[in-house]
Design a protein around this ligand. Structure first.
Ligand code: NAD
Ligand code: DAU
Length: 342
């Protein structure tokens, strides 16, 4: 694998993946295909060597452009997506366009040139799980988690389009022999995450003198993984994964939103009650939890950044030290949330 295309490489997880590849795999050359939507940022790639990483600004649903790039590549790693649940509730069309039509366009080109394809997806395709406190096994550490056998049951327009894109890839594998793998990962955190998302929103609120905002009662649970561990998981699947298989990536990081916010407040020297409860998200998924046994036991992957407190502290430091990266957008993001009572 020498020449790879990374779609969505100017976004949060895609750019972290590119840093991971550049730092660990010196003979790999990367073409980033990114439309630079509001979530894509050229600055995310600025520190990367120009002789190894080239940015093409364009749409993954542009069949002519995609064909011309895929023709010369060994592998496509597909991160590009509309990725924010709250936006999908307000305006679903871009999600249908990019997540479904965009993925279709990429897999058609990969089919034509027999190019290896990896589809980056999310645990949200499986819907949600009951809270542990509502389980009969409460307190035992036992409880259902998502596996690659869990039936699809997406809740939001975002997760429905991601589920649809997974199904397209599965059909292209079976019907056309597409050489593809899929990964479904849990909630990522780390540097370069857009400030619309939960953790960076709360950190940059505090840095801007705005009170953090918690949806509903804050009992919803997310399974946090550092984005570096997501990158190593994707690389492991790309290099060792079996074609046609789905691997779930997770680091046993279940924490409820209220606890995450309490930790941010503590690490930033704020009072524990210095936040607002705001309107809940429509259709808000209760709990996500990943069983990553298949990836760990079959392919030997292990997450490295599992100390959530340390990871969160480093993430807070990053936002504090990179104010020009986010400050100009802060007001518009908060004005948009305020329209929704959030
Ligand atoms: P992001 O919103 O930060 O970045 C998305 C990137 O895709 C941006 O650079 C944007 O410009 C680009 N893009 C959007 N539409 C495009 C189009 N039509 N053509 C080309 N580029 C386009 O998203 P993220 O959080 O980095 O997520 C990346 C991928 O990982 C997504 O597929 C998402 O579903 C998946 N994922 C995210 C998480 C998470 O916690 N954020 C967890 C699991 C899986
Ligand atoms: O599980 C993987 C998914 O994780 C990815 O597929 C998505 O692309 C990614 O955005 C993320 O989805 P979530 O909806 O879980 O992430 P978000 O950061 O939007 O919200 C995390 C939790 O925090 C969720 O329960 C809603 C809550 N929340 C969010 C915001 C923005 C708040 O309480 N307050 C907020 O201000």
């Amino acid at each position: 694998m020498k020449k790879i295309i990374v779609t969505g490489g100017a976004g949060f997880i895609g750019s972290n993946f590119i840093y991971y590849v550049v730092n660990h795999h010196p003979k790999v050359y990367i073409t980033v295909l990114d439309k630079l939507t509001y979530a894509g940022n050229y600055a995310n790639l600025a520190k990367l060597p120009k002789d190894r990483v080239k940015l093409v600004v364009g749409d993954i649903a542009d069949a002519k452009l995609v064909d011309s790039l895929v023709k010369d590549a060994d592998t496509v790693v597909h991160y590009a997506a509309e990725s924010h649940n709250d936006n999908s509730l307000k305006s679903p069309f871009p999600f249908v366009q990019t997540n479904l039509l965009g993925t279709y366009t990429l897999i058609e080109a990969c089919r034509k040139y027999d190019t290896r394809f990896h589809h980056v997806s999310t645990d949200e395709v499986y819907g949600d799980l009951p809270l542990r406190e509502d389980l009969p096994e409460k307190g035992t550490g036992v409880g259902e988690k998502f596996t690659d056998k869990t039936p699809y049951n997406p809740s939001s327009p975002y997760s429905a389009t991601k589920a649809g894109s997974d199904l397209l890839v599965k059909a292209w594998v079976r019907s056309f022999g597409l050489r593809a793998t899929i990964s479904n990962c849990s909630n990522n955190y780390g540097p370069y995450q857009h400030i619309e998302k939960f953790i960076p929103r709360q950190i940059t609120n505090i840095l801007s003198g705005i009170r953090p905002k918690l949806y509903g009662d804050g009992k919803n649970v997310r399974d946090w993984i550092h984005t570096n561990d997501h990158s190593s998981g994707v690389w492991t699947i790309l290099t060792k994964g079996r074609i046609g298989e789905t691997y779930l990536i997770g680091a046993d990081g279940e924490v409820d939103n209220k606890t995450v916010l309490a930790l941010i407040l503590e690490l930033m020297g704020e009072a524990p009650d210095a936040f607002d409860h705001v309107n809940d998200r429509a259709g808000h998924d209760l709990r996500y939890a990943i069983d990553s046994t298949k990836l760990r036991e079959e392919l030997g992957w292990t997450p490295q950044f599992t100390n959530f407190r340390n990871g969160l502290k480093a993430t807070i430091d990053w936002y504090e030290n990179n104010r020009p990266w986010w400050e100009a957008e802060k007001k518009a993001v908060e004005d948009n949330y305020a329209k929704n009572g959030q």
